[in-house]
Every structure is written in structure tokens, then in C-alpha cells.
Design a protein around this ligand. Structure first.
Ligand code: 26Y
Length: 824
């Protein structure tokens, strides 16, 4: 028992307090008399961190000694949010902290609030990576995340006069959750030239020489599992000038300025997260980020493997690497380079290892989001990698030619090099060729990639290489942490906390769907969550909203394909309809609050126009005396993970209304339903599987199907495009200046009316409006509504990221959990 493996938490609240006081007085060098909330946050975090690091070290030792296969999740984005609340809950000692902090004069909520979100991501893809890390640790899988330690995360959004303004997110001022590893560094090379020579045996060897070198420094973040001692590692790389602080030679020879400039240029690599989501811009610095991160991570992974003294062919038995979208695809090339150029393996032997090591997850079919890099840029920045890509392509095309002789069109279509002007490297094709499995993130999406963008590759490699792993979310953060009262209530009906590690146990609450007390408590919790959000709305926008109104929420990145414009046009339609009623008729209407949130990429003009229209509509509607509480429209500034934790539990209806076939999965749809809200949505992404699970009666679907989108688009271009009559009235209102200068919104209208309505806003408008009317009627029947909500939550077990991670582990990574023997 002297080596007891369990989370060594605090014995009691007094032990916790002692540690907090010690950190305030010694680590922070402050006195308890002037300990404010931010110092309390710091000390509380340090106290919990101390507990975590012990388990973290043990976990790493256990994984090393057991010699088991590990998965490395490579993602340019990890949207982690806050760490303290999560750590307290996963260790199971939030109540201890709450009592201890109360003794010291603090409310735990205020202390938690002090933490700056770790916002190293744009949206769904980055948050998915964070949910995966939580599940990997909670399920005791040997796993590491690898990413970049951006000095600036996603920008902070301010709304000024109805417009988005971007402010830098400097989040590293005080971050107790990261550990700099100044001893773990890797030199990363860029530019230079390739020379070939012949070795003793007559073999040609490539040497990549010259260029510039930048240092990668590791920063480690502990990732605690829920109710397990397993604490995995997230390693983030930070860039630094290779010569140390300054180039001393330059410094001493009087070139002080240029030595500083070199240093700054090196540090620029990890300075900022690119804020585009689903829009590729082809910037050199982004390719530099990708190589810097991939090369450092692979060096680290290979170094660890080499310590095991195994033969190279065993590499894929020890290592699985998952590519989160194409952003880390250079890893395929880099591993091949390490094996062939540095380790001297034969090409074919090396390539076998590479392919068996990698898996690739695709997150989009949108053409503008598919990564391509110009051959010229590659030649300049990574000359040896370009040669290797050409060789990979050559051998691949030769194999295609053998299997499908004389099909030149096919060779052109699948070539990793696009023969355009300029020539481009197609990263998705490289990722497919370099991986043993390719997966989409929801059933419809996985079918679509097989029949559209990757169709030829299904013919070439066979259908088994392509698979589906439907996304999931962690119920720890998205139920237990975000909605503690609902979690407590569910616990009483499922017999304990096991549902948090086996979410299918939620089905037990369906037995209580008619239990009066249960339903009453359910409704009270939803109302309390709405009251909380109403307070946040008041504080951040000044608008008072009625918590008993129907809360209709759309929070996600602003993008034309996600169709926030459809939503706001629908809101305008509702406003016009209300205005046309008599005061008596109005009294019979259902009060609603339309809540929007989300960031627009700084260069995405149309997305910014959408934000401006939402705010302009809000300004008019919220101040219209005829309307009162019947309709409020608010835009919540700076939507992020910690705000999602307040917003998600407070929705009655949330909107997942992308043009069918465009949203790969969506994950907030899962979060809203898990928190007892219903969905209005299109037949797209995971909405379809949510419908399968919860039943058609418990979701509000509308709109055209994916299979019809192409024909509809065609009919716009070649036929006369008449706008839906109700939508035409909305346009009239905007154009007559009802919401301010119509010029400000002209682009949104012409996109639909004159430029082919690519996203089918007009085609789906009628069905959208009708469905909202159905929702009003359904909501009036509060008892029926609550039944729908409870039934839906009961059936959401499938959408746990635990299920999802188990599918990856079995079907793609071939890894096993490393059990923790409590009596060890
Ligand atoms: C190439 C670069 C500009 C780029 C950067 C970020 C491209 C894409 C992205 C982010 C994509 C993203 O967040 N995709 C979302 O992934 C989620 C997780 O799988 C899906 O649920 C969601 O439908 C998809 O849009």
C-alpha cells in the first residue's frame, strides 16, 4: 500500500486551506490580508496543480514502463477553455475547495471566473481536440496531444456600434497550468538547399543544408482524467531564436538591432493562431507554423521510440499518429524524411511504416477550406520535403497506372500535385495516400467524402480505408461542469455518477419521464439556467430579457454556410408579423428571445455584415414599444468556451441550420440537447444521427436535403431566381431603411437575390418560418415540451466523446487502455 495509485487529493478542507495559504504567502509572496480574487485563483490553482503533477509523473512512468502503444493527437488547435473547475471536478474535490474557499472569504464561482480561457482554437475542430483529450485520459488511454503554444489565442471580440472589433488575446500573463521544459528543445530547419551524394554502397543520400534554424521549446500541460489518476500530457511548442536570446556575434559587432530582429522573427512563428475557420489563405507563416510544430513533435516521438531499442518495423506497433484535418499533413513527409535520409531505411520499408502509423480525419467538404500550398513556396521553404512529395506522388501514380491502365484523366484528378498555374500541393490527397485510415466525422459527412471529393481514392484504395467516426462531446465539461444541478438530478435517477463515464446510462431517466417531482425539478433547473443567462445578457448588452420567454440560441462561428443570415431574416419576418397584428392579437403571441454569438474571421466581409445586421435589428426591435417582451434580439460578445458553459444549459431551442451537406458534423448540437434543449435543424451533419437517437418527434427538422442541393443551385443559375415572397418582404424592410442604412446590408441581399443564392437561403426560408411556428405551438404545451426534453436527454448516450474515442482506439489506432490498479 506504500505505492497507492489514486488521485492524492486533499485530506479535508483544512488541508486544502493550508496549501492555499502557503501558496499565497510563499509562491505569490503576498499576505492573506491583501489576497484578492485573482490571488485566490492563483493559489487555488497551484494547490490543485500540485496534486495533479504527482499523478501526471506517475502516469508517464506507468506508460513508459508498460511499453504499450501510444496515440499522438496532432492538432493545430486545442480549445481547452478553463482548467481549474475541470481539474477540481475530475479529481472529485470541488466541494472541498468550495468549503475551503468559503472559510477564506471567497465564493468559488468568483474564483473560477478569474481564469482566462485557453482559447487556442477557432471552433468545432479545436474544441473536439479538447474533448478528445478529456476522454483519452478518462478512459486511461496512453495518449499525448501535440500543438502550438500561441502567444495570442483567438482574438477577443468586442462589439462597438454594432460592428465586430478584434482585440489581441494575450493570455499568458499568468498561466499556472503550463510547465516550461527548457531542457526539451528541438532545432528546426527552414529554407536551404539539398545536395545529393553517393555513400559507400553506391546509394544516393540527400543532405538538406544551410538555411535558418529556429528552436522549439516544449511547454507541457497536464490533462486530468475524470475519476481516475491517469493524467496525460498536452505538449505545446513555442518558438525561440536558435542562438539563444540574441545572436551574440552580431550583438557584439554592433548589429544590435538586427540581432533583436532575428530573435523576433523566430518568435513570430508561434505568436498567433490564424483566425480563419474553413477558409484557407495560403500564407507562408502558416506553412512555417505547420512544419515547425510537426517537425518538433516527430523528433520528440522518434526520440522516445528510439529509447525502446526496437527495430524500425515495430514503429507502428508502438506509435499511432492522428492528423486532425490536413494541418499536420507534413508529418507524413517528415517521418519519411527521418527514416530515409537520417536513419538510412529503404524507401519502401520506410513508406510502409509511415502509412501504418498515420490516420487522417477530414472535417470539411467546403472547397475553400481544403489546404493547398504552391510548389514554389514549398521549394523555397522546405526543398527536401518537396522532393519527397514528388517521389511519394510518383510511386503513387505508378501504382494507380498499374491498377487502372491508360486512364490519364484519373491520374490528373488524383495527383498530389495539381497541374494548375501555379502548381499546388493538395494536402488532403497527400494525407490520404500517407495514412492507413481516413475518417469523416458524422455518417452523412463520411458518405459525402466517399462519393464526392475523395471518390477516386475509394476506387483506388478500396472502401475499407474510408470510415466514419461520429463526433462526440465530453459529458464531464458539457453536463457535469456546465450544468451541475441537472447532473445532480440525473444522478438521483441513474443510481450514482456512473453515467458520467458511461453516458448510455442516461436512458434510465426515461423511466421517470412521468414522475411529477422529477419534471418539476427539471423545469426549475432550466428556468434557473435561463435566469443566469438573462443576468449575463443584461450585464453585457444592457438588454433586459424575460426568463420565461422561449430562448432561441445560435452560437457558433459566423459563416455563410452556417446561415446566421437565414436566422436573422427569420427574426425580421417575425418582427414584421408582430407589427402587423393588433395589440389584442399580439397579446396571444409567444414571447421569444433570439440570442446570437460567434466570431467572424477578421477578413470575412460578409460574416461581419451579418453581425452588423443582427445588432442593427436588435437595436430597433428591443426599443420598439409595440413589441415589448414579445421579441428581443441580442448578440453576445466574445463567444468562447467559458461563455458556452453559461449559454448552453439555458437554451430552449438552438439553431443548427447549415445548408444540407455543408456542416461536417456540428458538436454544439449535441451539447444543447444533452442540456435539455431542443433543436431546429437541417438534415445535415450529426443532426441526422441525433434524430435517429432521440426520435423524429423530438427534433424540428426543415429544409432541402443534401441530395437536392446541387440541382437547386443549378436552377438558380440557369432559371429565373424568384425569391420566396416572405423573404422578399424582409428584403423590402431592410431596403427601406428600417434597420439603418440599407447600403450596410446590401451584400447579404444581393448574395441571395442576384448572385445565385449559393447557400439556398430563399429555398429553405418558407420551411424555416413554418417550422418556427410549429415550435411556438409545441412550446405553449409546456408539459409536452418537457417530455420531449427529458426523452431526448435520455437518448443522448451515443454522443459521448468516450464512445467516439473508443471507436478510434479500436478501429484506427489499435491501442488499449492502461488500467490503473488501485492496489498497486
Ligand atoms: C485551412 C484552415 C484555414 C482551416 C482552419 C480551421 C480550416 C478549417 C478549420 C476549422 C474547421 C472546423 O472547425 N471544422 C468543424 O469541425 C467540427 C469537428 O469535427 C465539426 O463538427 C464541424 O462541422 C466542422 O465545421
Amino acid at each position: 500500500a506504500w505505492l497507492k495509485h489514486q488521485v492524492s487529493g486533499f485530506k479535508d478542507k483544512d488541508a486544502f486551506e493550508t496549501d492555499v495559504v502557503r501558496h499565497v504567502e510563499t509562491t505569490l509572496a503576498r499576505s492573506m490580508f491583501n489576497c484578492d480574487e485573482s490571488a485566490a485563483y492563483a493559489a487555488c490553482s497551484l494547490a490543485f496543480r500540485d496534486r495533479l503533477v504527482l499523478e501526471w509523473n506517475r502516469t508517464q512512468q506507468r506508460q513508459t514502463f508498460s511499453d504499450s502503444k501510444r496515440v499522438y493527437y496532432l492538432s493545430l488547435e486545442f480549445l481547452m477553455g478553463r482548467a481549474l473547475d475541470n481539474a477540481m471536478l475530475n479529481i472529485g474535490q470541488k466541494d472541498v475547495a468550495k468549503a475551503g474557499l468559503a472559510d477564506l472569504g471567497f465564493r468559488i464561482e468568483d474564483v473560477i471566473e478569474q481564469e482566462h480561457d485557453a482559447a487556442l482554437g477557432n471552433g468545432g475542430l479545436g474544441r473536439l481536440a479538447a474533448c478528445f483529450l478529456d476522454s483519452l485520459a478518462s478512459l486511461n488511454y496512453p495518449a499525448w496531444g501535440y500543438g502550438l503554444r500561441y502567444r495570442y489565442g483567438i482574438f477577443k471580440q468586442e462589439i462597438i456600434d454594432g460592428y465586430q472589433v478584434e482585440v489581441p488575446d494575450y493570455w499568458l500573463d499568468f498561466n499556472p497550468w503550463e510547465f516550461p521544459r527548457h531542457d526539451v528543445t528541438v532545432d528546426i530547419q527552414f529554407y536551404g538547399n539539398v545536395h545529393k551524394s553517393t555513400d559507400g554502397s553506391g546509394k544516393t543520400v540527400a543532405h538538406w543544408e544551410g538555411g535558418e534554424t529556429v528552436k522549439a521549446v516544449a511547454y507541457d500541460v497536464p490533462v486530468p482524467g475524470y475519476a481516475t489518476p491517469t493524467t496525460n500530457n498536452l505538449r505545446l511548442w513555442s518558438s525561440k531564436a536558435a542562438s539563444g536570446e540574441f545572436d551574440f556575434q552580431k550583438f557584439n559587432s554592433g548589429e544590435y538591432e538586427s540581432s533583436v530582429a532575428d530573435q523576433q522573427r523566430a518568435e513570430t512563428i508561434s505568436a498567433v493562431l490564424y483566425p480563419n475557420d474553413n477558409l484557407e489563405r495560403g500564407k507562408e507563416l502558416r506553412l512555417k507554423q505547420q512544419y515547425f510544430w510537426v517537425a518538433a513533435s516527430l523528433y520528440d516521438i522518434v526520440r522516445r521510440f528510439k529509447k525502446s531499442k526496437r527495430a524500425w518495423k515495430e514503429f507502428p506497433d508502438q506509435v499511432a499518429i492522428q492528423l486532425n484535418d490536413t494541418h499536420p499533413t507534413l508529418a507524413v513527409v517528415e517521418l519519411q524524411r527521418i527514416l530515409v535520409d537520417l536513419e538510412g531505411l529503404e524507401w519502401d520499408e520506410a513508406w510502409n511504416i509511415v502509412v501504418n502509423t498515420f490516420g487522417y480525419t477530414n472535417h470539411t467538404v467546403l472547397p475553400e477550406a481544403l489546404e493547398k500550398w504552391s510548389v514554389g513556396l514549398f521549394q523555397h521553404l522546405l526543398p527536401r520535403h518537396l522532393q519527397i512529395i514528388y517521389d511519394i506522388n510518383l510511386f503513387f501514380l505508378q501504382s494507380v497506372e498499374r491498377a487502372f491502365p491508360n486512364d490519364r484523366d484519373l491520374l490528373g484528378r488524383v495527383s498530389i500535385i495539381e497541374e494548375s498555374q501555379p502548381k499546388m500541393v493538395r494536402m488532403a490527397f497527400l494525407a490520404i495516400v500517407g495514412s492507413h485510415k481516413v475518417n469523416g466525422v458524422a455518417e452523412l459527412h463520411s458518405d459525402l467524402i466517399k462519393t464526392t471529393i475523395f471518390k477516386d481514392f475509394v476506387n483506388i484504395f478500396g472502401p475499407d480505408k474510408f470510415t466514419n467516426v461520429t463526433n462526440g462531446i465530453t459529458p464531464r465539461r458539457w453536463l457535469h461542469q456546465a450544468n451541475p444541478r441537472l447532473s445532480e438530478l440525473i444522478k438521483t435517477k441513474t443510481g450514482g455518477e456512473d453515467f458520467l463515464t458511461d453516458l448510455t446510462l442516461l436512458n434510465k431517466i426515461e423511466l421517470s419521464v412521468n414522475d411529477k417531482d422529477f419534471r418539476k425539478e427539471w423545469a426549475e433547473i432550466k428556468l434557473a439556467n435561463k435566469v443566469r443567462l438573462a443576468k449575463h445578457i443584461k450585464a453585457s448588452t444592457g438588454v433586459s430579457v424575460n426568463p420565461s420567454a422561449l430562448f432561441d440560441v445560435q452560437v457558433k462561428r459566423i459563416h455563410e454556410y452556417k446561415r446566421q443570415q437565414l436566422n436573422i431574416f427569420g427574426v425580421i419576418h417575425r418582427y414584421l408579423t408582430l407589427k402587423a397584428l393588433t395589440p389584442d392579437e399580439r397579446k396571444k403571441q409567444l414571447p421569444r428571445v433570439s440570442i446570437f454569438g460567434g466570431k467572424a474571421a477578421p477578413g470575412y466581409w460578409m460574416a461581419k455584415q451579418i453581425i452588423h445586421l443582427i445588432n442593427s435589428v436588435g437595436f430597433v426591435v428591443n426599443n420598439d414599444k409595440d413589441i415589448g417582451d414579445l421579441l428581443k434580439v441580442v448578440f453576445l460578445e466574445d463567444y468562447n468556451v467559458s461563455k458556452a458553459e453559461i449559454i448552453t444549459p439555458a437554451s430552449d431551442i438552438s439553431e443548427h441550420i447549415s445548408t444540407a451537406g455543408t456542416e461536417a458534423s456540428g458538436t454544439s448540437n449535441m451539447k444543447f440537447v444533452l442540456n435539455g434543449g431542443l433543436i431546429i435543424g437541417t438534415c445535415d451533419g450529426a443532426n441526422i444521427e441525433i434524430t435517429r437517437e432521440v426520435g423524429e418527434n423530438n427534433i424540428f427538422l426543415f429544409g432541402n436535403l443534401a441530395e437536392d442541393v446541387e440541382d437547386l443551385r443549378h436552377s438558380h443559375t440557369y432559371g429565373a431566381h424568384t425569391v420566396d415572397p416572405d423573404l422578399a418582404k424582409v428584403f423590402e424592410a431592410i431596403e427601406s431603411g428600417t434597420f439603418g442604412d440599407q447600403q450596410d446590408f446590401a451584400g447579404m441581399i444581393t448574395a441571395v437575390r442576384d448572385h445565385g443564392d449559393y447557400y439556398l437561403v430563399s429555398d429553405d426560408f418558407h420551411s424555416y418560418i413554418e417550422t418556427h411556428a410549429i415550435i411556438d405551438e409545441a412550446y405553449r404545451d409546456q408539459e409536452g415540451w418537457i417530455t420531449k426534453c427529458i426523452t431526448s436527454v435520455a437518448r443522448m448516450g451515443f454522443f459521448s466523446s468516450d464512445r467516439c474515442i473508443n471507436e478510434y482506439a479500436e478501429g484506427i489506432w489499435n491501442i488499449e487502455p492502461l488500467p490503473v490498479d488501485k492496489s498497486d
